[in-house]
Design a binder for this molecule. Sequence first.
Ligand SMILES: *Cc1c(COP(=O)(O)O)cnc(C)c1O
Length: 370
Amino acid sequence: MRYVTPRVPLRPAISALPAYVPGARVPVGAAAFKLSSNENHFPPLPSVQAAIIDAASDVNRYPDMFATELTEALAADLTAGLSLEALAADGPITPEQVVVGNGSVAVLAHILEAVVDAGDEVVYPWRSFEAYPIVVSVAGGTSVPVPLAAAGGLDLPAMAAAVTDRTRVVMVCTPNNPTGSAITHTALEEFLAQVPTDVLVIVDEAYLEFVRMDDPVDGLAALADHPNVVVLRTFSKAYGLAGLRVGYAVARPRLAAGIRSATTPFGVSHIAQRAAVASLRAKTELLARVETIVAERARMAAALREQGWDVPDAQANFLWLELGARTAARAAEATAAGVIVRPFAGEGMRVSVGEPEATDLFVKIAAGWR
Ligand SMILES: *Cc1c(COP(=O)(O)O)cnc(C)c1O
């Protein structure tokens, strides 16, 4: 008889997980534009680099566990952005409402760990950010993906209808990754009016700074009006700190305290904390770069539409091209021609907005596909 050594079982929810597919890594020395991860193509500002270098001399110490300076700077920055009416009605955003983490994906995981019990349902749009099904499963929840509406938009009525008494959380990704379309604030408010107040609604605003539309979502206003809202934001995209991993949630104090209890101790490094604070100080310069990216997005979308592509409204730093069954082959051709994109096999490709030279090259490649 053969003796079989018993193996450590993985939780079924973990064995069943799809692997996270990161944007392709550009091989060293390759002459390719990396438009696959929605990164900011601008290098860190000199002032931010100086903060990073300065912080390096303290890494023998643990970071500030509560990221006090960053949390206070965020609360002050968010408060400074409030309208006078909002400030008078709801007061400032306080540091106790802000919870930072090792990228907003980690913050999202901590939020779910704080509120989701085994089998609780989490409703989210799909196709959307590919971390969602992973963090839901890891937290022990049950995913309830709701298909997107036409043109890659969130189907908020269908999402509201998917809420049952087993639902603990709903995720609203706006602008939606990877399709780029965003909902209006009016639509968000109509949606929130239909969701029970004991169901958490996470408004993932990773691309907030790139939105240029009428009636844009104001996550902080939604938070002021609805105690079950949590706003999720990141330094990875507009602020260009993807490599340092800093994101944060803004919530009512009781929920924020719960999320903080679930966070990894010392999760945000000292270097990341200092870089994020320096980035808030350099906000004007950084938002000027965002303006450049927004203009480049318009140029790229116009060039593609002129070729006859049906490019959905793009409110983030990427465009979506629906290519169906041809997606994988087209993505490989783009890579071979020097532009790395993010394919979603059978659906379409997401192309980040980067250098003007990258736009020109991608537009040329796409012309060859018509
Ligand atoms: C990129 C992205 C994030 C940010 O992730 P970080 O962990 O902060 O780098 C969050 N949500 C969505 C939808 C994203 O596309």
